[in-house]
Design a protein around this ligand. Structure first.
Ligand SMILES: Cc1cc2nc3c(=O)[nH]c(=O)nc-3n(C[C@H](O)[C@H](O)[C@H](O)COP(=O)(O)OP(=O)(O)OC[C@H]3O[C@@H](n4cnc5c(N)ncnc54)[C@H](O)[C@@H]3O)c2cc1C
Length: 413
């Protein structure tokens, strides 16, 4: 681990508008941070959740609530209310070619009360979780709080400084948690070292209208050299158009009309609606990454979720693995935080329990990327699904790994 921490803040200390103290300061109100804040607040532990944005309605970052998360919600007594929000369900992930169709994951056989992926806008999920947390007096949420610095005391992280509401604010905390996503500021400030792999693809995201006769849920389509995934967002399809790594500039040079043509070649039913795409500003580019930090903690600071491990989009697992991190972190840390005797070994417990599942799912994603995605993207032949996908023994394996995670995770606090 490199050490880029400084005991001296970069700005004038007199700029600080206010100083607050809490037991646990969580940076980032995404799925990992919001769920951890709720779990700690339920235990009466003073917790502050700092979110840089002013609301939860941001760029699309996935709407998938996997069976493992629904099980966690059920343990918290929240599943029925969550499922009362407008949503759709995906029971199978299928790859469809012009001639063939093969199931990549079938959730309907999983041993769970929720054998499907619940498609719920992430903004609704985060609002739901934070509203639930607001019921506990020890919870505090600060929106528009952009964390920029760590506070250091004798080599231990003792809180953060953030900009927001017209100036600098200081939060002093016994524990700081970096749940600030794939571009984590805390990962950078804490000098954490990452192990990176390079997935062979990038993704373009855009939306097209759904029609009442369209199938519910989601689907994946494959044609020569192209992969397209369509996710149901109520009145719209959220579309992921997968391109070879580094192919974005070439596509831009070829022009939007070429992109539209290629989309319709893969999914002819979109022909009448593709005219809704009239400008590159409607197309978001995602550079696909996959990495994990070597060590998830240092004195006073723990990383969870994407801050600790950036996931490839294969299988859409980032949200459920981030939430499972939050549950394990709450299980390991609630008691020592309550008893005021938090030690480094408590933070280590989180990595000990979560590193192996993370490594396994990332290895699975790498395998699928190489065996399926790379082959399709680099070939002008019709894709023949590999024989291993049809082995009955493999029917439940990907669904289990994607839907439930490597090990079951339960709320113990
Ligand atoms: C385009 C796209 C599509 C995706 N689709 C899916 C999908 O279908 N299914 C799936 O499971 N996963 C998907 N993912 C991955 C998924 O979004 C992440 O794995 C998941 O959100 C990780 O949760 P998190 O809480 O760790 O981080 P995030 O959800 O990234 O949350 C981090 C939060 O921290 C805040 N933040 C960042 N910096 C600061 C700061 N300095 N101060 C304060 N706050 C800060 C951010 O605003 C953000 O709200 C997708 C990702 C992308 C980019």
């Amino acid at each position: 681990m490199t050490n880029s921490l400084s005991e001296n803040p970069a700005h004038d200390i007199h700029d600080i508008i206010d100083v607050q103290t809490t037991d646990c300061c969580i940076v980032g109100g995404g799925p990992a941070g919001a769920v951890l804040a709720l779990l700690l607040a339920r235990q009466g532990i003073p917790v502050m959740l700092l979110e840089a944005h002013k609301d939860f309605d941001r760029d699309f970052r996935g709407d998938t609530i996997h069976p493992s998360v629904m099980e966690i919600m059920a343990e918290l007594g929240l599943s029925d209310r969550l499922l009362a929000l407008p949503h759709s369900k995906i029971r199978q992930l299928r790859i469809q070619t012009a001639e063939d169709s093969v199931t990549l994951a079938d959730f309907s056989h999983l041993k769970t009360n929720y054998p499907y992926i619940t498609m719920l806008p992430q903004v609704k999920f985060l609002e739901f979780i934070t509203q639930e947390a607001q019921k506990y007096p020890s919870f505090q949420l600060v929106m528009g709080a952009n964390v920029q610095e760590l506070i250091m005391q004798d080599g231990v992280v003792a809180g953060v400084r953030y900009r927001g509401g017209g100036g600098w604010h200081e939060i002093r905390a016994k524990l700081t948690v970096g749940a600030d996503g794939r571009h984590s500021k805390l990962r950078q400030l804490g000098g954490f070292e990452s192990v990176e792999t390079s997935p062979p693809m990038d993704v373009l995201w855009f939306r097209l209208p759904r029609q009442p006769e369209d199938a519910e849920g989601g689907m994946g389509r494959i044609a020569k050299g192209h992969i397209l995934v369509m996710l149901d967002r109520g009145e719209e399809w959220q579309i992921a158009y997968v391109i070879p790594k580094g192919g974005y500039q070439q596509l831009r040079t070829a022009g939007l009309e070429e992109l539209k043509k290629s989309v319709v070649e893969v999914v002819p039913e979109l022909g009448a609606r593709i005219s809704n795409l009239h400008d590159w500003s409607q197309v978001a580019f995602l550079s696909v990454e996959s990495s994990r930090v070597k060590r998830w903690y240092r004195p006073g600071l723990l990383l969870i979720g994407d801050a600790a491990h950036v996931m490839s989009p294969v299988g859409g697992v980032g949200i459920n693995y981030a939430i499972q991190d939050a549950v394990i972190a709450a299980n390991a840390l609630a008691k020592p935080l309550k008893n005021q005797n938090l030690q480094l070994k408590d933070l280590a417990k989180v990595q000990n329990q979560r590193e192996l599942p993370t490594r396994i799912i990332q290895a699975f994603q790498t395998f699928i990327q190489k065996q399926i995605f790379a082959r399709i993207l680099t070939s002008d032949q019709t894709f023949q699904p590999p024989a291993f996908l049809r082995l009955p023994i493999l029917r439940d394996f990907p669904a289990r790994l994607i839907g439930l995670g490597v090990f079951p995770v339960h709320v113990e606090v």
